[in-house]
Ligand binder design. Structure first.
Ligand SMILES: C[S@@+](CC[C@H](N)C(=O)[O-])C[C@H]1O[C@@H](n2cnc3c(N)ncnc32)[C@H](O)[C@@H]1O
Length: 336
């Protein structure tokens, strides 16, 4: 086989697809396409030049997000677009995609974060994103909505795991919107959850929990997970996309606080997108999320190897890795 530039070129060109998708979300294109429409009708509806509308539609149909019907010359939604891109769908991820308009990971931001080893995504370079969210409610809401979009689908699948049958009360550390707790509470009527996050985010989570109708089995802990002791009375502690926000030393501290609060036999549930050194640090999507961690946080995507070293330091001997859906896994560690 002759050597080809395809892999390098495909990686280079991928950001255009991301831009087209973000414009589609921003316009409300996918909701408009509940009924198949022609490009000219869409251009008129969104006050775009037909040339631009056509270019965007063609890229989205080549990416299999839209279907182009040759006979009628109309564009329609694929099944995936119907599930993930319609605003009234429970699994809508448009909140995540729309973030591209506000905080796009540019080469400049990536380089700055790598040079200074500090988050660069918000304009005041080096600022702690969590502090920013405390000061700016609009940013906090946007971020929490995006996190909910990332988490809703894997949360549903995590909720189907059999280990929940043995858990009565879970502490959801850095709960965000509460997506993980909501899915688990919906699936398991015996379960109770404590949602722990910074105070402003807890207020946002209350709205999501109320909308899901599970507030009777929820309590909220407005706490700083580093500065405050973890609340007592839980038999599992869930960290979903929390350890990846922090470095291994900070991660060890969080895990040791979880161990302190848990009874013997209690579980630590770590829900993350893992990278695998033996697969060239892939899968690619998870290695790319690692770049997000660089520009947003002090953390990184973890591997099982790194977790296992941390567990060893903390005296955790028993753990298992459960691949759940897509790029997601849950590491279940047991307190001896
Ligand atoms: C990446 S989000 C994960 C949200 C949720 N667990 C999920 O998977 O969808 C990280 C969460 O940690 C919270 N957080 C950050 N620093 C915190 C702290 N010091 N104490 C408590 N929560 C914190 C953030 O507010 C945010 O909701």
């Amino acid at each position: 086989m002759p050597i080809s530039d395809k892999k390098i070129y495909d990686l280079y060109i991928a950001a255009r697809g991301s831009a087209a998708l973000a414009v589609g979300v921003k316009l409300g294109l996918f909701d408009a396409l509940r009924t198949p429409l022609k490009a000219d009708a869409l251009a008129e509806r969104f006050s775009l030049h037909p040339r631009g509308m056509n270019a965007i539609l063609k890229s989205l149909s080549a990416a299999d997000v839209l279907i182009f019907e040759q006979d009628s010359q109309t564009y329609a939604l694929t099944e995936e677009a119907q599930v993930y891109l319609l605003k009234d769908s429970d699994l809508d991820i448009s909140g995540l995609i729309e973030m591209e308009f506000h905080h796009f990971l540019t080469p400049e931001k990536l380089l700055a974060a790598a040079q200074h080893n500090a988050p660069s995504i918000y304009d005041n370079a080096g600022s702690d994103v969590w502090e920013q969210h405390q000061k700016d409610p609009a940013q906090a809401q946007r971020f929490t909505r995006a996190m909910h979009a990332i988490s809703a689908k894997p949360a549903e699948v995590l909720a189907q795991q059999s280990f929940w049958n043995d858990i009565g009360k879970v502490l959801d550390v850095g709960a965000g919107s509460g997506a993980l707790s909501i899915a688990a509470l919906k699936e398991h009527s015996h379960l109770h959850s404590g949602l722990m996050d910074l105070s402003e985010i807890c207020e946002i989570a209350r709205l999501y929990v109320h909308k899901a109708g599970v507030e009777e089995r929820c309590e909220f802990h407005s706490l700083n997970m580093f500065q405050d002791p973890f609340p007592q009375g839980y038999d599992a502690v869930l960290f979903s996309q929390i350890l990846h926000d922090w470095n291994p030393k900070q991660g060890r501290l969080l895990l040791s606080k979880a161990l302190k609060t848990l009874p013997s036999g209690g579980r630590i549930l770590i829900h993350e997108k893992l990278t695998e050194p033996s697969r060239n640090h892939g899968p690619l999507a998870n290695a790319l999320v690692n770049l997000d961690m660089l520009v947003w946080t002090e953390g990184q995507q973890y591997s099982v190897e790194l977790f296992s070293e941390m567990f060893k330091d903390l005296g955790i001997e028993d753990f298992e890795v459960i691949p759940t859906v897509g790029y997601w896994s849950c590491v279940v560690a047991y307190k001896s």
